[in-house]
Write a protein that binds this ligand. Structure first.
Ligand SMILES: Cc1cc2nc3c(=O)[nH]c(=O)nc-3n(C[C@H](O)[C@H](O)[C@H](O)COP(=O)(O)O)c2cc1C
Length: 374
């Protein structure tokens, strides 16, 4: 029987009342890198989503790539997130924490003792970071040149991820999502054009390029259980100056084969092809890869994000192409997105100028227009 956006879904034992996922979105408003009253209100307002995925939460100081992003590695952060998850649960919601290591998408001013950020290789992205300028004011600065992680250091990074997953568990999250998308540390290992390491974590052999991702996944799974671990990918993405990679299919199909047996909570695909303007081919290629990955992971739920509408989400779910649909920007300006979809109420367009940083404006002041109980 065909499924619909408003049907419930059994996410490895966690019952979602609908198939609408709030996509992870960095809002860069946590001045102390700790969730505060505004963070609590923002997520509570959106609790009718089938599942919320939190903004990327840095797993360590080293993992931090942007100013004002609330992490998951100090006691104060765990306490702050506990207030968020309590508020979401009180409103009947479910929330996963997105675990984030920005890798080279960072800046020395965000790192302990002004050290270089880490990556798979010692090559700068040429992109910008949101960090402190030379005079100490926050702003856009060139991302720093990273140093390559040593072979023996990978285990320490995997342990940092596992510790952050345990912190998320302690803070009351229903599960965690590994941020292996859009230019960050996982992609820096997965991308064959960038990762020319000569040890067992890189180079021409796909088994080496995916090893970092698998080892981190296994470390997190060991800590909190596979049914509570999702992972997000963005095959073909060139966000953050990632080089186009003609071995993308090989990489992600190998990952799918390996991950299939791990019975993760879900695979979340972020389709970034909306950013490309070459007539639909990138989207077709991504959709073909999504189909082939899914075929290799028949038991694993799939989530898709990127330019989704109520109609396209319902169609993709109905056709069995995905199980859950994630919405990013629509959730910024429509806290009651599920109810608006359900009732056909019009959507409020978001204001891009308040996406990152700032205060309550453009964050918690978009009203719900429907009865949240509807
Ligand atoms: C303000 C903003 C912040 C974002 N931050 C994150 C993030 O922290 N982690 C992540 O995986 N994706 C992030 N994304 C991507 C979204 O999760 C989503 O995939 C993307 O916006 C496409 O969906 P949409 O077309 O519905 O907005 C962000 C997007 C926006 C607009």
């Amino acid at each position: 029987m065909a499924q619909h956006l408003f049907d419930s879904f059994d996410l490895r034992g966690l019952r979602l009342p609908n198939r609408v996922v709030m996509a992870p979105m960095t809002r860069a408003r946590a001045l102390e890198e700790v969730p505060d009253d505004l963070t609590v209100r923002y997520y509570a307002q959106r609790a009718s989503a089938g599942l919320i995925v939190s903004e990327g939460a840095p797993i360590s100081r080293e993992a931090t790539g942007y100013l004002f992003t609330p992490g998951l590695y100090t006691a104060a952060q765990v306490a702050g997130w506990q207030r968020v998850t309590d508020a979401v649960r009180d409103r009947g919601g479910r929330i996963f924490a997105q675990l984030w290591h920005a890798g080279r998408a960072s800046h020395v001013s965000l790192q302990a003792d002004g050290r270089a950020p880490v990556s798979s290789v010692a090559r700068a992205s040429g992109d910008v970071a949101f960090a402190y300028g030379p005079d100490g004011t926050p702003g856009r600065v060139p991302a720093s040149t990273p140093r390559a992680l040593g072979t023996a250091e990978v285990g320490r990074v995997a342990a940092d991820f596992a510790a952050a997953a345990a912190a998320a568990d302690k803070a009351g999250f229903h599960g965690t999502e590994l941020h292996a998308a859009t230019q960050y540390l996982f992609e820096q290992f997965l991308n064959a054009e960038l990762n020319d390491r000569t040890d067992r974590y890189g180079g021409r052999d796909v088994a080496d390029r995916i090893r970092f991702t698998l080892e981190v996944t296994d470390a997190v799974v060991e800590r909190i259980g596979a049914s509570r671990v999702g992972i997000r990918f963005s095959p073909f993405s060139t966000v953050g100056n990632m080089p186009a990679d003609d071995r993308t299919e090989e990489t992600y199909l190998a990952l799918a084969e390996e991950l299939a047996a791990r019975d993760l909570a879900y695979v979340h695909v972020h389709d970034t092809s909306g950013f490309a303007d070459d007539g639909g081919e990138p989207r077709k290629r991504l959709r073909a890869l999504l189909r082939d990955m899914r075929a290799r992971m028949p038991g694993t739920p799939f989530v898709l994000a990127g330019g989704m509408t109520r109609e396209s989400a319902d169609e993709l779910i109905g056709a069995g192409i995905i199980d859950l649909a994630a919405f990013g920007q629509p959730y910024i300006s429509n806290p009651d997105l599920v109810e608006r979809f359900r009732t056909g109420a019009p959507l409020t367009p978001p204001d891009r100028t308040t996406y990152f940083g700032g205060d309550a404006t453009g964050y918690v002041d978009y009203p719900a227009v429907t009865d949240p109980g509807a």
